[in-house]
Design a protein around this ligand. Structure first.
Ligand code: ZN
Length: 302
């Protein structure tokens, strides 16, 4: 089952329901960054949250950035997710591990510890919106729910999880229930949405059983009268970094240090911090870059 975003409406179109299956994207994040178990779950839950939040945006190139800075061994993470279904990110301390919970699942709360969640929404034009909330318990789901209720005043509840098996990630995904902006003054509807938080506690269990998103939605929220939307969005871990972009970033070393890389190492390895992709830059490429930089310096002086 490929990663997919599924949408539905409920309560005669006043509530939006969005679900994501992100198993493959979470596996890729784990492989790329060699994430520990607790880092995988923290990252996977935040990736699912980012995709769910981005799905409510309008313009094609809209993106959501979620950054956590915290005192636990993981120290925090970054996720960048787009309405186009792409997601990428990293954990500050990817190898950090903490003892699992009694049920054997990773203890994300202990891994992240106390800290802050920063949210940036780039709606595709003008200045991005920023906001910050303190982490409630570092489990990510409750922290995101708290952010939505307090910073956005949108009645919402959210379920996020990554189920780990012996060989790594078994299932990953998320489910968001939200009052639509047009109905957000309707207190009965808001109450109805908050009441679904109890239902969403069963989300990890259904996810772990390998059910599809429409099956999960129907099992948990069918009583709200779901209208499934036919359009789905494929999801994938994707970083737009390129060799050229990384080469450009190497300018910051300055020509002397670049010359040093040619002489001592016969080239350089440039790594993208966000997706961990490594680009090999040859000595010849570095010489070309130095020539360009020298030419620019002369042009700037004249
Ligand atoms: Zn990258």
């Amino acid at each position: 089952m490929a990663d997919l975003l599924t949408r539905a409406f409920a309560a005669d179109g006043s509530i939006r329901v969005v679900g994501v299956i992100t198993t493959d994207s979470t596996k890729e994040a784990r492989d790329r960054h060699k994430l520990s178990n607790v880092a995988t779950v923290a990252m996977g839950r935040t990736m699912a949250a980012g995709l769910l939040l981005a799905s409510a945006m309008k313009r094609e190139n809209s993106r959501v950035n979620l950054r956590i800075r915290s005192s636990g061994p993981l120290e925090g993470l970054l996720v960048d997710a787009g309405l186009d279904g792409t997601v990428r990110g990293y954990v500050t301390n990817p190898a950090a591990e903490v003892p699992p919970k009694e049920n054997g699942q990773p203890n994300v709360s202990a891994g992240l510890g106390a800290g802050y969640l920063y949210m940036l929404r780039d709606i595709g034009y003008g200045r991005p919106y920023n906001s910050t909330v303190e982490l409630i318990n570092g489990e990510v789901s409750d922290d995101i729910a708290y952010y939505l209720s307090n910073s956005e005043q949108t009645a919402s509840c959210i379920g996020l999880d990554v189920v780990m098996g012996e060989d790594g990630v078994t299932q990953a995904g998320g489910l968001l229930v939200q009052v639509l902006p047009k109905a957000h003054r309707d207190e009965a509807l808001s109450k109805l949405v908050y009441e679904q938080a109890g239902k969403l506690q069963k989300f990890p269990e259904l996810l772990g059983q390998g059910k599809t998103m429409p099956e999960i939605m129907e099992a948990l929220l069918g009583h709200l009268g779901l209208e499934m939307q036919p359009e789905t969005t494929p999801l994938r871990f994707h970083c737009p970094c390129t060799r050229d972009r990384l080469m450009g970033a190497m300018r910051m070393f300055g020509t002397d240090e670049l010359q040093d890389m040619i002489e001592k190492d016969d080239g350089a390895e440039a790594k993208c911090d966000i997706c961990n992709e490594v680009y090999n830059i040859s000595a010849q490429d570095l010489s070309e870059l130095i020539k360009t930089m020298d030419a620019e310096a002369i042009a700037a002086r004249s």
